[in-house]
Design a protein around this ligand. Structure first.
Ligand code: NCD
Length: 324
């Protein structure tokens, strides 16, 4: 049930649907809890924070990291999960059950529901019919709040601040829900500038662009690598969301052009990057970053960024269930 939409420092019982719910204080609390949980984990002690709780993971769209990091993180904290991947093939959804009905049924089995769905707004729909906290693990081309929360945690760990930052986001700004949440997240802090490098047809929708600008972030849209700022703190690469195109051929064409022009290679990084930046990727990567830069100390997309994903999600679940 969407009762108190805004977090305002209190996570217990809240849905996590959008970065719009957050403010710097709530993000600070999440980071603090994440640090605590990471410490506990590294101490090697058995953790029972979530014992006696069951979290349902309902994933209507493919997922590797969001699904597995929640699943693993919850178990590491002593909690249990009920897991449904592909409900469209394996559950009553196949027989035509509505999302609303499925969510109400699962509300009897669990203490919280993490869900991913192909429809923008599906998590909100679920929150409207469930008394349990609903955590949005990605809704269509809408938002992906848990992704953005660990992305900014990663940036914060590296630079010790979330304001006065310059970032470069490259890829599918139109359909990329991770990008939408990341921009919104950084707009909660002061004096951040984001350069958006996207194929023309995959720029942010004009409505999203104006909305984010009104939230207080500076957005600079570029379509040429030569315009990449030399002082970026981070680069954030994403893939083209081919599955969201209406025309498959066009998706292939746009993707091919994108990859041939904007793949991060050693040379690209040398030419347009700087020494102190970090190189992030939302994953999965499908050619946007060449494996030849994987061992570059700036590449953190398969290491720190992924690890932080699990830690942030552990903290978030513990907070929402009122166990931290
Ligand atoms: C993303 C997603 O599913 O939104 N993956 C993820 O959760 N890291 C991005 C993508 O699929 O490209």
């Amino acid at each position: 049930m969407i009762k108190n939409y805004k977090i305002n420092g209190i996570f217990k019982g809240k849905d996590i649907l959008s970065l719009n719910q957050f403010d710097p204080k709530s993000i600070g609390k999440l980071f603090k809890t994440t640090k605590k949980i990471t410490k506990l984990l590294n101490s090697g002690k058995k953790i029972n924070l979530l014992s006696g709780t069951v979290t349902a993971l309902l994933f209507y769209e493919p997922s590797t990291r969001t699904f597995s990091s929640f699943s693993s993180g919850i178990k590491k904290l002593g909690g249990q999960t009920v897991e449904y991947q592909n409900p469209m093939q394996t559950s009553s959804s196949v027989k035509g059950e509505t999302l609303e009905d499925t969510i109400q049924v699962f509300s009897n089995y669990a203490n919280a529901i993490v869900m991913r769905h192909f429809q923008t707004g599906a998590a909100k729909t679920a929150a409207n019919v469930s008394h349990l906290p609903i955590i949005n693990g990605g809704d269509g081309s809408g938002e992906h709040p848990t992704q953005a929360l660990y992305d900014i945690y990663t940036i914060y760990e590296r630079f010790g601040k979330l304001n006065d930052l310059v970032g470069l986001i490259c890829g599918d700004a139109l359909y990329g829900r991770g990008i939408h949440s990341l921009i919104r997240a950084l707009s909660l802090f002061k004096n951040n500038t984001l350069y958006l490098l996207a194929p023309k047809i995959l720029r942010l929708s004009r409505a999203d662009f104006s909305y984010f600008i009104n939230c207080g972030i500076k957005l600079i849209e570029i379509d040429n690598e030569k315009e990449i700022p030399k002082n970026a703190h981070f680069w954030y690469w994403t893939r083209i969301q081919k599955e969201r195109f209406k025309n498959e051929k066009e998706a292939e064409k746009v993707n091919k052009q994108f990859i041939s022009r904007f793949t991060v290679t050693k040379n690209f990084l040398k030419k347009y990057g700087n020494k102190n930046m970090i190189l992030m990727h939302i994953l999965p990567r499908v050619g946007e970053i060449s494996t030849e830069v994987d061992n570059d100390p700036r590449s953190i997309f398969l290491t720190t960024q992924v690890k932080n994903g699990m830690y942030i999600r552990m903290a978030l679940i513990a907070l929402v269930l009122g166990k931290a």
